[in-house]
Structure formats: C-alpha cells, structure tokens
Design a binder for this molecule. Structure first.
Ligand code: GLV
Ligand code: MN
Length: 222
C-alpha cells in the first residue's frame, strides 16, 4: 500500500517529468551553461560533448575555421566528398549546438542516401545544379532540382541525398543544429559494415539471391 506522503511524492515526480519532457523533445543539442567551451579533444574524460579547455588557453584561433574553403576530392565511387565542419574539426563549436559541412560533387556525383540521427539539416547550393530529396517516415519522397542560391531543409533523422544533375561540378554548404550530427550512410551501413550484416538478412530484405548481395558488397571493397 502507498502511504499518502508516498503518493504525493509519486505525483510530484510525475509532474516534474511532465514539465521536463517538452523541453527535452524541443531542443536539439543541450543549451550551453557558459559563453563558450572550446573542446579539449584530448581529454580522457567521456561526457556528452567534450570538456572545456581552460579559459586561459583559449585564443581567437579557436573561433575560426578554414576547413570548408578547399574543394573536396570527389575521386571515389560516389563522385562526391563531404568535408565536415563539426566539433571534431572545429573544437570552438563544442556545446553550441551547430555545425556545417561542405559537399562537393563531380559531374553526375551523388552524396548517397544517408541520415543524421542528431540534427536537422539546412543547406544552400553554392555552385551547379543538384537534385535534393528526402523520404518521410510515411515513405513519401520529396525532391526538387536546385541551382546556386537556393536552399533546402532535411528534417532530423530522415534519409536524404543530393545528386549532381548539372553539366559541370557542383557544391553546397549544409548547416546542422548539432555540433556532431552523425551520419548513417545507407549503402555503407547495409553493405560495408563491420562486421558484415549476414547475407541472409540482405537477400530477404531485398528479395534477391546471394550473388546480387555479394556483387554489391564487392563494390564497397567487402
Ligand atoms: C549533406 O547532406 C550533408 O550531410 O553534408
Ligand atoms: Mn546530410
């Protein structure tokens, strides 16, 4: 039997959970508790994010990043290259809940279907012509061909891609509401994971024979 003080405590706990829930589901990365917290990437302490460098060691250099200036090398099976400007490359972003990528495309290049488990993505085409698409959880495909200056948004966690449908090279800049959005790249997840997903799972999922799965796996060096 629950005593009356026990049941009031229980009610209080429920109330606190109900009050907190909407905030945690509306936010992306947690709000910071200080002006900045330049990541100490070498710390052995593991927390949600990185511990801060001591203020005395922080310089202007920590708040600027040149990593997206350079064109990425698109010589690979997909003909595209994502250059990340996340907290791992730009420690000044630590605890601030944002990051950016640059994506370069060779003619015909594809940034393959992928999703970001921790962020919504918003991007702008800087050069060229891209078919940008995503698939909703209702399995509806939304897409549009964009040219320089046009923007797109990919809701958090949804599978999306960009395909260069122009004559020449293309590139885009993407922004995220996470310092480390993460990326699940569907073809690599399915056909080049470590250890490999058993063929029996893939043959059943795609309704094909073993040789088809092995042929796809071989394209990714597995
Ligand atoms: C583009 O979709 C990116 O994730 O950089
Ligand atoms: Mn993306």
């Amino acid at each position: 039997m629950i005593s009356s003080s026990g049941s009031s405590f229980y009610l209080l706990c429920c109330l606190v959970v109900l009050l907190i829930l909407p905030f945690s589901s509306l936010s992306s990365d947690p709000d910071s508790l200080q002006d900045f917290c330049v990541a100490n990437l070498n710390s052995s302490i593991s927390v949600n994010g990185f511990p801060c460098k001591p203020d005395a060691e922080v310089t202007s250099h920590d708040f600027f990043f040149n990593g997206l200036i350079k064109e990425g090398n698109t010589t690979n099976v997909f003909g595209s290259k994502v250059t990340t400007g996340n907290v791992l490359a730009f420690p000044g972003l630590n605890t601030l809940g944002i990051s950016m990528n640059r994506v370069d495309f060779a003619p015909g290049g594809l940034n393959p279907p992928h999703s970001h488990p921790r962020a919504t993505e918003s991007g702008v085409v800087i050069e060229g012509k891209l078919l940008v698409g995503f698939i909703s959880t209702n399995n509806v495909f939304y897409s549009k061909v964009l040219t320089a200056g046009q923007m797109f948004v990919i809701p958090k966690g949804l599978v999306h891609f960009q395909l260069n449908v122009g004559e020449g090279k293309a590139h885009a800049i993407a922004a995220f509401n996470s310092q480390l959005p993460g990326a699940e790249v569907v073809p690599l997840n399915l056909f080049a994971s470590t250890p490999a997903i058993p063929n029996g799972v893939l043959t059943k999922a795609f309704q094909v024979e073993d040789d088809v799965i092995n042929a796809i796996k071989s394209k990714f060096g597995s």
